[in-house]
Design a protein around this ligand. Structure first.
Ligand code: GLP
Length: 257
């Protein structure tokens, strides 16, 4: 069973994150160009965290130096802390503006990031409309993912159902520890977040999960080779053929293959 699964895995291991990120950026650029040629929109699911930063730098380079336009691109971010003001240092709105959107020609109206400013009673309806917006645009063409040490993708923490959709979640203790550097201390990290669900993610036409560094080796091993379980939400991705794992040598260190 395990061997069969491994044979099916679309896994690319690179010497370093920089080379791997260039590959991912070219994949996205190709998607955007293919859609432009066909006169269509490209709908991207985007991630935050340190993992995709170099991908965004390459995309900015392709825009500035090779004329890649993002005018036909729509983006949906995976998640946002709750509560969170967009102007706060730790907001994913600020992150995305600084890391990507401020440097490319994407129309502002095409950018969607979960809203951390809503009142709690408005969240459920908002999450439904987030799903609906993605569906109305024909679904996500490519979804970029990092992975948290708990095995979360987006903020789908252990215990998340495979058919979960966009919703308010409670963050795992480990995730809040990992966020401490950004917030000054763990106590300052919000206890909740709004995240796309596992089903939202898995319905994307292509999924690219990236991981760099030895601190990701253990969770990458469990996500790719371990049992499919709610304890490691990223393991749900094993059930889909449209998933590509792009990792560096260090993150691959514990894979048995
Ligand atoms: C946060 C994000 C995730 C991301 C994870 C990993 O929790 N919500 O989407 O994948 O961090 O972070 P990093 O890329 O910094 O390791």
């Amino acid at each position: 069973m395990m061997n069969e699964t491994l044979l099916d895995v679309n896994l690319k291991v690179y010497t370093d994150a920089a080379t791997a990120s260039k590959y991912v950026a070219y994949r996205i650029a190709t998607e955007i160009l293919d859609k432009q040629i066909a006169g269509e929109k490209a709908v991207l699911g985007l991630a935050t965290g340190s993992t995709p930063k170099k991908v965004y730098q390459h995309l900015i380079n392709l825009h500035k130096n090779a004329g890649l336009s993002f005018e036909n691109v729509y983006t949906f971010n995976l998640d946002e802390y709750y509560p969170m003001q967009p102007v706060a240092d730790q907001s994913y709105v600020r992150f995305m503006n600084e890391q990507l959107f401020n440097h490319i020609d994407i129309p502002k109206k095409n950018i969607f990031i979960p809203d951390g400013t809503l009142s709690t009673d408005a969240i459920a309806h908002y999450c439904e409309s987030y799903e609906q917006r993605i569906a109305d645009l024909g679904g996500l063409d490519v979804q970029l993912l990092g992975i948290g040490r708990t095995g979360h993708v987006g903020f789908n923490e252990p215990g998340s159902d495979w058919d979960s959709t966009t919703r308010l979640v409670t963050l795992h203790d480990v995730t809040r520890e990992d966020g401490a550097a950004d917030f000054g201390s763990k106590e300052n990290v919000p206890t909740q977040a709004i995240t796309m669900g596992m089903q939202t993610i898995c319905q994307a036409k292509k999924i690219i999960l990236m991981a760099w560094g030895e601190h990701k080796a253990s969770i990458i091993q469990r996500a790719i080779e371990g049992t499919v379980t709610a304890d490691v939400p990223a393991s749900y991705l094993q059930q889909f053929k449209n998933v590509e794992y792009i990792i560096d040598n260090e993150a691959a260190a514990l894979l048995r293959k």
